[in-house]
Every structure is written in C-alpha cells, then in structure tokens.
Design a protein. Structure first.
Length: 402
C-alpha cells in the first residue's frame, strides 16, 4: 500500500465532514417525525426530548469517505471493521427505540467481536515486552480480545452522559491513535482515524452548540465508535513487524493504549464495582459517573467535557514523559495505572468527601464550575446561531402552527 499524501488525507477528512453535515438535517427530520428521541428522566441531564440518531450521521460520513479512500488505496482490511460497526449501529438504534435487555446486547457485542474482528487478526496476541512477555497463545489471545473489545465498547457507551463528551473523547482517541499509526506506517488505521475525525466534527458542533439542531449520538453512535476504538487498540497490540522497532526502543504500547482509554475504562470499572458492592446489577443506570460529579460541582456541559478530556490527556502526557525519560515498559504501565486510578477512583472519592463537608477543595472546584457557564453568550451564542441557521425560524413557525 502506497503512502497516503497529506493532500489526500485532508480530502478524505473534508469528504467525511461534508457528508456528515449534508445528512445531518435529513436524519434530524426523520428522528423528529418518528419521535426517536431521548426523553428526560431522573438520571438524565437534558430538560427536553432530544433526537438520538446522531450515530447514523457519523456512520454515513465514514462510509462515504471510506468508499472514496478505497478507490485510491487498498482498504479491504477495513471491511470487517465496517461490518462490525454496521451491526453495532443497527443494534444501538434498535436499543434507542425499544430498549434492548442489557444481556441481549452483551451477547451481540461478544458475537460481533468474536466473529467479525478476531478472525480478521483484530486481537491481542502479544504483550510487547511487558513483564518480559512477547507473543501469547491464540487460546489466550482470542478471549483476551473479546474481553477487551466488549469492555471498550461498553466503556465508550457509558461515558456518553453530557454534550460533546463521548464524541470529544472519540475524536481525541482517534487523533492519538492516528498519530501512532502514522509513526509506524499503518496506513489503513491512519485513514480510519482521519475519516473518523472528519465525520465526528460536524456532529460535535451541532451536539454542543445546537439548540434546534441538537442531536445525541445515541447508543448506535457510541457502540459503533466503541468498535472503532477497540479496533485501534487490538490492531496496535497485534504482533505485527512494523511495531517491533518501536517496542525495542522502549515504547510501551499497552501503557499507551491504557493511557488513551484512562477515563472511559477506569471510570466504568469504578462505577460497575460500586454497583456490585451495593448488590445491584453492574448495568443498572445511576448518576455516579465522573461527568455526573462535575455537573454536581456546578460545571456546565461544555466545562465538564473539557475538564474530563484534560484529565485524560494528562495521563497520556504523563505516560509520554516517563517513556521519554527512559522508563521501562513495566514502569510506564504502573504510572499509567496509578494516574488513571487517581483521576477516577481517587478524585471521585475525594470530591464526595469534600461535598459532604463543604471543604475548601469543593468550594474551589465550584468556583471553577461557575466560570464554565458561558452558554448562550458571546462566541457561544454566535456558534449556536451558525449551528441552527435556518432551523430556528422553522421551529418557531411549527410552534405558531401548533
């Protein structure tokens, strides 16, 4: 496969972006006309029903761009990935409409990872020098890939709680995995990352700034993006020769992937652990995620999203510093684990104690939270008008008619 030029990558990014933007109002109309919306309840943070077919928009943008990319490059390696994403998009949309049982969705996720991804070499068959271990048996690699894949898919799904969080996280992860793919000359993964960034950008814009055009990505979107993130991880941890050079230079690929996954994975582990310890199902919905804590501290949706993404990026930066200083792969892992636990388990527990006694740290965080409330003002208001262009008049007309 020849090297994709910067011009072509930019073109694919723009195609994905424009395709998503083109389909967005059409999908929005379908969601509104068919009442495919997320209704407010005791644990949700919106005050009115919001359409939930955003994942279909992102999927459309990615498919169009991948079809164009396949004309110039051999992207057949991404075919099973798109098949898995298609299945999970459909499952997620059905779940958004009729609420599938968690057990049924879990079984489908296992089957998708086991049947669509593992047979196509998307599995974890090497520890890349961690604890002195290189390649591992296929009898261990396959179940490890299934556990990791299903875990990542659900972690991305559960992080979707405030405007822009799951989309912003997936864009951050795509950027980081795309950079790594470029370094090791893994062109299919680089193309997938660039296309994902392009497809997610217009949706993020409407999700964050739209008032009349706001739409949630829905379970369909989080599940398909969870498949994509799990593919990035499993492809990187598959024992391919192009990665070996970087492993020999001391780069810990497992610590790197865990650093990128820090917030969604470790926050999900914390939430599910607490539910089990209380005698509840780990899939029982509640308001104990990290984003719920920031909202309780007084942060806006945008402020919550930015704060959580900063925490995740800090873990990646810390990993990179340890790597640059020559820390061993084992040390890189331990530092990432400690940092990830600190920003999820540790920070959450600390703030709960501070909130209970109205401590100094709580008051400090609450003051920061107030600064993040800039919605409907200045630049935010201007961007809202851009996002809702032509839609606000239509919505006002509908109100007058009704």
């Amino acid at each position: 496969m020849r090297i994709p030029s910067s011009l072509l990558l930019t073109l694919l990014f723009l195609i994905a972006c424009l395709a998503t933007q083109w389909i967005f109002p059409r999908v929005l109309n379908v969601a509104l006309s068919k009442n495919i919306v997320d209704n407010p309840d005791f644990r949700k943070l919106q005050r009115r029903p919001i359409p939930v077919l955003g994942g279909a928009c992102v999927y459309f943008g990615m498919v169009i761009a991948l079809c164009i990319a396949n004309i110039c490059f051999d992207c057949n390696a991404l075919f099973p990935v798109m098949c898995a994403m298609t299945i999970m998009l459909c499952v997620g949309i059905v779940d958004d409409i009729v609420d599938l049982k968690p057990s049924l969705r879990f079984i489908i996720e296992v089957l998708v990872v086991a049947v669509a991804l593992c047979p196509n070499a998307y599995m974890i068959n090497s520890l890349h020098g961690l604890w002195g271990v290189e390649e591992i048996s296929v009898f261990l690699a396959v179940p490890l890939a299934i556990v990791a894949g299903v875990g990542i898919i659900n972690a991305i799904n559960l992080v979707d709680g405030v405007d822009g969080l799951s989309t912003g996280y997936c864009m951050m992860a795509s950027l980081l995995f795309g950079i790594m793919a470029a370094l090791v000359e893994d062109w299919p993964m680089l193309i997938l990352a660039v296309i994902a960034l392009g497809a997610l950008l217009p949706f993020l814009f409407h999700n964050v700034f739209g008032k009349y055009t706001k739409m949630f990505i829905g379970d369909g979107g989080t599940l398909l993006m969870g498949v994509m993130i799990s593919v990035f991880v499993m492809n990187m941890l598959n024992a391919e020769p192009l990665y070996i050079e970087y492993v020999l230079k001391g780069m810990g690929l497992i610590p790197f992937t865990l650093a990128v996954l820090a917030v969604p994975v470790f926050d999900t582990l914390r939430v599910m652990t607490m539910r089990i310890l209380r005698g509840y199902s780990p899939f029982r919905p509640d308001k104990t995620h990290l984003h719920h804590l920031f909202i309780e501290l007084g942060f806006s949706h945008v402020g919550t999203t930015v704060s959580i993404l900063i925490l995740n990026v800090l873990v990646v930066i810390l990993w990179f510093i340890v790597y640059q200083l020559g820390g061993s792969i084992d040390l890189q892992l331990y530092v990432v684990l400690a940092a990830s636990l600190a920003i999820t388990f540790g920070f959450y527990k600390l703030m709960r104690l501070q909130i209970a006694k109205s401590g100094a740290i709580y008051r400090f965080m609450a003051r920061i939270g107030k600064w993040t409330h800039f919605e409907r003002k200045g630049v935010f208001l201007f961007l809202q008008r851009v996002a809702d262009h032509g839609r606000n008049e239509e919505a006002d007309t509908d109100k007058k008619i009704s």
